[in-house]
Design a protein around this ligand. Structure first.
Ligand code: MF3
Ligand code: CO
Ligand code: CO
Length: 267
């Protein structure tokens, strides 16, 4: 039965909660270090050491040959930005994406940051993308479909004049970083696989200020917008429950804003 194949046991969920709390701690810790003049590799090193220092395993290290604890995607970089000697400058908009493994289970989450003062366009894109994630999360619950999540995200992007990148999806997560199902950020309500209580998935919409097409850079990892427009992404790992979900990677700093948003949308 589908439910059995996907459902996490209580022991697995305990480990995922531990992994998630470390991942949350990393994203909370790193904010104050995102300033003009810092390199992305210095930020990555801090994240790496913090994870290890808190008993986690930086799961991206060694994953398909990747060598860093985080992906750091700046401005027109869509995802999988490789930390390096790039110096952040005032107004840079960036995503930091981290995967922590603990007792064999994974948590995957990312957030947006700005070095210095954001442009109005950057602030708008980042906010629209976070709202798209939150709207997707509000669709999660036993009996809902993957299409319900995709449809609401796609609709929110369109209303905000943004495009949704289709080349990367959310995913099931557990003993592997990437498990089935594929969680698309576009689609039609009522279509696709049905969500079952006990499943754990990520939702991680990427919105571009311009067109949705992407290009791969020469390092073999970094993906950028084809038209050089700004890109933003937010990601959470969530546990499907009978009547909704639990955001395993909810950060204390966003909890109040999330609650207010959810209350206003649930009516
Ligand atoms: N964190 C990414 C995701 O959201 C995956 C990173 S791939 C790695 O799925 F190679 F960097 F690990
Ligand atoms: Co992910
Ligand atoms: Co991620």
């Amino acid at each position: 039965m589908l439910q059995v194949t996907h459902a996490k046991t209580a022991a697995m969920l305990d480990a995922m909660r531990d992994a998630a709390s470390i991942a949350v701690g990393v994203l909370e810790m790193i904010g104050e270090h995102v300033v003009p003049g810092v390199t992305t590799e210095a930020l990555d090193r801090r994240c790496h050491d913090w994870i290890v220092g808190h008993g986690g395993v930086p799961a991206c290290v060694g994953y398909l040959g990747y060598r860093h604890a985080t992906c750091i995607s700046v401005n027109d970089v869509v995802c999988h930005g490789v930390p390096g000697s790039r110096l952040l400058k005032d107004g840079d908009l960036l995503n930091i994406d981290v995967v922590v493994q603990r007792d064999g289970l994974h948590a995957d989450t990312s957030a947006m940051y700005v070095a210095g003062v954001p442009s109005i366009a950057a602030a708008r894109l980042s906010r629209a993308t976070q709202e798209a994630l939150w709207l997707g999360i509000l669709e999660v619950g036993g009996g809902k479909t993957l299409g319900d999540i995709g449809a609401v995200i796609q609709d929110h992007a369109r209303r905000n004049g943004c495009s949704v990148v289709r080349d990367f999806c959310g995913h099931g997560i557990g003993t592997a970083m990437h498990e089935k199902p594929e969680v698309r950020h576009f689609g039609q309500r009522g279509t696709g696989e049905r969500l079952m209580p006990g499943m754990t998935i990520t939702i991680e919409p990427i919105l571009n200020a311009g067109a949705r097409e992407v290009r791969a850079l020469a390092d073999g990892w970094t993906v950028a917008t084809r038209d050089r427009s700004l890109s933003a992404q937010w990601e959470h790992t969530v546990l499907v429950t009978t009547d909704g979900c639990e955001i395993l990677t909810l950060r204390p700093s966003e909890a109040a804003a999330w609650k207010a948003f959810a209350a206003s949308r649930r009516g």
